[in-house]
Design a protein around this ligand. Structure first.
Ligand code: SF4
Length: 1011
């Protein structure tokens, strides 16, 4: 192939791996010597590049119909810091050099412990997760210093005089910890991994210096390197058959006297060539094949021009062809962006053999696109990986320790029970059934005391309240016993070493994962995520020598922080034509269509995390390379992607309603379009309009039902229409019959929430109890309240309240409600004294009354509980207390709130008794507000008395009778259906049946807006 020499540049617009592979096969023909190609050695920067080049070679061999080709030796130099996890030592050389690199986990543990100790003596803080994060960044700093040949001694020379206290403290800590670190390594008989890597590279360089390689040796795809790597490169290139192939060199930028900033894509390469003393002019260049490619190369150079040099935009305009094949999708939201990308990728499959790749650093976008593609049964794995904690194995394993660390907190235990990997020794169906009952009875509702003892106590309470038999509670007892045995390895320890915790953790997880056949104990360690988890656990078990113990809670936090860093990559089920890559995975790869997703600042280029240990000045003083070089590398990645003939840039203009900032590369591109013409810019900005429209249509299609859902109407046989109606059931039947159908016909009960806090209903019940206890029972006041006994009566009432409020577990709610009640108590006793003066006396409290309404086919029973009934010379006064919102006369008269009216009817029919005595003359009907502020601590909100227009108690009872008769006729005789009526501001607000009646699908827009 033309254009290759000792130093060769493959421009961005020419596919690197494919072109280089073609060159290798044609430059080392196997026709006369079948081993010609296998004698070649290729050094590439990373393990990923090894894979890409190997695939490209196989594709090229297939294209050239060369079967059984012996491939060259491809070796990774592992130079990038991001490749640290792939650090693979040459076992033979490593043995020769007697290298024993310390396991990563041991190093992290050592450093985390030092950080924790430092935190405790300087700030008195103890934060495991932060200590772990600091240890990770400290490990990176230590590696960088080693890689770039900076000794820990040099930290001592950092002048702290102008530095803030924070940095001074950091330096003091770094000096201590990094000074002791070599001693720790020596004691453990291990070596620093970065040091090992350096020694290996140096040894490789010596080998090349001493012995000339037999075949050609290529350095391919390097953009920068570290000192030890440079020595190796120098040794290779010193040989006649040592060659270098680089990607995307811009000779003009590299040789410009104006220099390059570290953020420029050519900065790393320029530095590398300078250090190797190679001139950019020594390179030959593979030619771009098409006018579009030539133009795009020119356009790329302009996009990447350093600041202050953009006047060149006017001098060297890219030809029109450069702009062909570039589209832009400015989506309204990340969701719309993901939809548009998925649609584009889906469309690619319509063309035989065409490939497409989404490349982004935004992992959320990557996983959203993968999810959208599943809609068409297309599985595309994000090759940058997915967090282990988001995968079944990771989430199961951490839930197990979270349950133990939280001492069986209800929500955490329910999450563990709901996890597909949990069996607890039962068959799946048996476990599901038992776990469901366990959750409903023991885990939901108010928080039980912590630990299994708390759950036992809750079981006793539930059994008592619900009158459960031993047979009912036996499966729950059995599960509690099973949990106690399973979690024993965790619960029997106070402090333990990391190794002991991991071992106990594994044992507990295995018992939980096992089913009744006892064959599933290791099921969570299968699949890619299980294997990744197993590797981590092996490292934790064997890769450290910690002697200090840690508590279970510390272990739990530590483990989550540790596993939170682990990414799982799928080995199989990669789609053959669609790909999702991170920029690292995309290096040296190509596809027919490239979609660069998330074109916002912070993603392209990726935001650089500041080093928490050294600021820029300190790093510069130590002669560490600038952090901005990472931006330069990102610009290099972007350039190679943007060079693709068919490229689409996408971004979300808002995220969570907040405007986002477009990527600097995009802004420059827009400026270049504008320089061409306004029209050109306009068409670029609208080039992805088709995909946005399709994404919006798709979203509508997915969220709206195909046909409008009708308002539900349930027709039931008359035999199942409820024959017992409380006042509140009557209210529901009047407002939304469908809700009553759910409650009484389908008999659906909402589950209690987890960790249920005391709510308004609890407060109401308590206040009713307190006011009842003032008149009835052992602690009753027992005499009339008069002006002389006001103070004592008030004290008595408050004492009752204080006792009753002890049942509220939340101290804040208890204090607030009690203070409100104290205020109400004063007004309550004053009112009682006034009642006494007017000849009105307490008669009954919390009394149920009921009556039959005779209708075919069966009698219907209507019942209501009166909060209180007083007697006066003119008859009874019916009273209801309200602690929340109170009804008004209009709601009562229109039967929207029928409670008082039904009570009035029952009273007039003599349905409230006391010691065989009844009253059926109604003097008044009242609604009292209790617990308000100011004058409404205890105040009459509604008052029906004789002779009042629209508020006559007898007329109210009469209306109730007529209304109930009509209602019962309607449902029991006419067998009317139960229809749903939405009232979003009233009953729908607190209704548990919204998901069943599917209100949001049929409710009219204006009603919904009222919400
Ligand atoms: S959500 Fe509204 S419409 Fe639906 S059942 Fe409940 S009250 Fe009726």
């Amino acid at each position: 192939m033309e254009g290759f020499s000792k130093y060769t540049n493959i421009p961005f617009v020419v596919p690197f791996a494919a072109t280089f592979a073609e060159h290798l096969i044609s430059a080392h023909p196997t026709t006369t010597d079948p081993f010609a190609l296998s004698k070649v050695t290729v050094w590439v920067p990373s393990q990923r590049a090894v894979k890409s080049l190997r695939e490209a070679l196989m594709a090229e061999a297939h294209k050239q119909r060369k079967q059984g080709l012996l491939l060259p030796e491809i070796r990774a130099m592992h130079l990038g810091e991001e490749d640290a996890e792939l650090l693979a030592f040459d076992p033979a050389l490593s043995g020769e050099l007697a290298l024993n690199p310390v396991p990563d986990i041991a190093r992290l543990l050592y450093l985390a412990r030092q950080v924790q100790y430092w935190q405790s003596i300087t700030d008195g803080r103890h934060h495991i997760v932060r200590a772990y994060e600091s240890a990770v960044s400290l490990k990176k700093l230590s590696d960088r210093m080693k890689i770039y040949g900076i000794s820990f001694e040099q930290l001592k020379d950092l002048a702290p005089k102008d530095m803030a206290t924070h940095w001074e403290k950091n330096i003091a800590f770094l000096k201590i910890v990094l000074e002791h670190y070599p001693n720790w390594l020596e004691e453990s008989g291990t070596h620093d991994p970065a040091e090992c890597r350096k020694k290996l590279l140096e040894a490789q360089a010596i080998t090349y210096t001493k012995t000339a390689p037999k075949g050609a040796v290529y350095l391919a795809g390097f953009t920068d390197t570290v000192p030890a790597g440079r020595a190796l490169m120098r040794a290779i290139l010193a040989h006649e058959n040592g060659r270098m192939v680089v990607q995307g060199m811009d000779v003009a930028a590299m040789t410009s006297e104006r220099g390059l900033p570290p953020t420029h894509p050519q900065y790393g390469l320029k530095e590398l060539l300078q250090k190797l003393e190679i001139s950019a002019n020594d390179f030959t260049h593979v030619k771009a094949a098409t006018p579009q490619a030539k133009g795009r190369e020119q356009l790329l150079k302009q996009v990447m021009l350093p600041e202050g040099q953009t006047e060149d935009w006017l001098k060297n305009k890219a030809p029109d062809e450069a702009y062909n094949g570039v589209d832009y999708i400015p989506a309204a939201s990340p969701r719309e962006e993901a939809d548009a990308i998925a649609l584009m990728m889906r469309e690619t499959l319509e063309t035989p053999d065409k490939t497409a790749a989404l490349v982004t650093t935004d992992r959320r976008l990557a996983s959203q696109v993968a999810d959208r593609l599943k809609y068409w049964d297309i599985t595309v794995n994000d090759s940058a990986g997915e967090g282990l904690l988001r995968r079944p194995a990771g989430s199961f394993f951490t839930l197990v320790s979270a349950v133990a660390a939280s001492r069986f907190a209800p929500l955490t235990l329910a999450q563990l029970f709901a996890h597909p990997l949990t069996y607890l020794g039962y068959s799946k169906s048996d476990f599901k059934r038992k776990a469901h009952r366990f959750e409903a009875l023991l885990l939901r509702g108010p928080t039980p005391d912590s630990g299994l003892e708390g759950l036992h106590e809750r079981l006793r309470e539930v059994a008592h309240d619900r009158e459960l038999t031993d047979e009912d509670t036996q499966p729950l007892q059995e599960m509690l016993g099973q949990l106690a045995i399973t979690f024993k390895p965790f619960l029997e320890r106070g402090k333990a070493s990391l190794k002991q915790w991991v071992s106990a953790h594994l044992e507990v997880a295995q018992t939980l994962a096992n089913d009744e056949t006892l064959t599933r104990k290791d099921s969570f360690l299968e699949q890619e995520d299980g294997e990744a988890l197993y590797t981590c656990l092996q490292n934790l078990m064997h890769g450290h020598n910690d002697s200090d113990g840690m508590s279970l809670s510390d272990y739990q936090q530590w483990l989550e922080a540790f596993l939170g860093q682990v990414e799982v990559r799928e080995k199989y089920a990669q789609h053959p034509r669609l790909f999702i890559w991170g920029p690292l995975e995309a290096r040296l790869q190509t596809a027919d269509k490239i979609i660069i997703g998330g074109m916002n600042e912070g993603t392209w280029p990726n935001a650089i995390k500041p080093d928490p240990w050294l600021n820029r000045e300190m790093a510069a003083e130590l002669k560490l390379p600038p952090m901005d070089m990472a931006t330069g590398l990102n610009a290099h990645d972007f350039s190679s992607l943007f060079a693709n003939p068919d490229v689409t840039l996408t971004r979300a203009v808002k995220d969570g309603g907040t405007p986002t900032l477009p990527s600097r590369y995009l802004l420059r591109l827009e400026a270049l379009y504008q320089l061409r013409s306004e029209e050109s810019l306009h068409s670029f900005m609208r080039s992805g309009g088709k995909w946005i429209m399709m994404a919006r249509k798709w979203a509508t299609h997915l969220t709206k039902p195909a046909e409008a859902t009708p308002q539900p109407i349930a027709q039931t046989p008359v035999e199942v229409v409820p024959i017992e109606l409380s006042a509140s059931s009557v209210r529901t039947l009047m407002t939304c019959p469908y809700q009553l159908y759910g409650q009484k016909v389908l008999k659906l009960q909402p589950l209690d929430p987890f960790d249920q806090a005391p709510d308004a209903a609890d407060k109401g019940n308590l206040i009713h109890d307190i006011l009842e206890a003032f008149f009835v029972g052992e602690k009753a006041w027992g005499k009339p309240v008069t002006q002389d006994t006001l103070a004592d009566a008030e004290k008595h009432l408050i004492k009752i309240a204080e006792e009753k409020f002890t049942s509220i577990s939340s101290p804040a709610s208890r204090a607030l409600w009690l203070s409100r009640f104290r205020h109400a108590a004063k007004q309550f006793v004053a009112q009682e004294a006034q009642n006494h003066e007017q000849g009105r006396a307490f008669w009954l409290a919390e009394r149920r009354g009921q009556m039959n309404i005779t209708k075919a086919p069966r009698d219907v029973i209507v019942h209501a509980r009166a909060d209180r009934i007083d007697r006066t010379p003119n008859g009874a006064v019916l009273m209801d207390y309200k602690t929340g919102q109170t009804a008004n006369t209009s709601a009562i008269n229109s039967a929207r709130d029928p409670q008082l009216a039904i009570e009035a009817l029952l009273l007039k029919n003599g349905k409230y008794f006391f010691e065989g005595e009844t009253v059926n003359a109604l003097s008044g009907v009242e609604l009292w507000k209790v617990g308000g502020t100011g004058d409404s601590g205890y105040a009459r909100a509604v008052n029906y008395t004789h002779g009042q227009r629209n508020a006559d108690p007898d007329a109210l009872a009469e209306k109730a009778e007529q209304g109930l008769t009509r209602l019962v006729n309607y449902y029991h005789e006419d067998n009317a259906p139960f229809k749903a009526y939405a009232d979003p501001l009233a009953q729908c607000q607190y209704c548990d049946f919204a998901g069943i009646c599917r209100r949001h699908e049929w409710q009219k827009d204006d009603e919904a807006e009222a919400e």
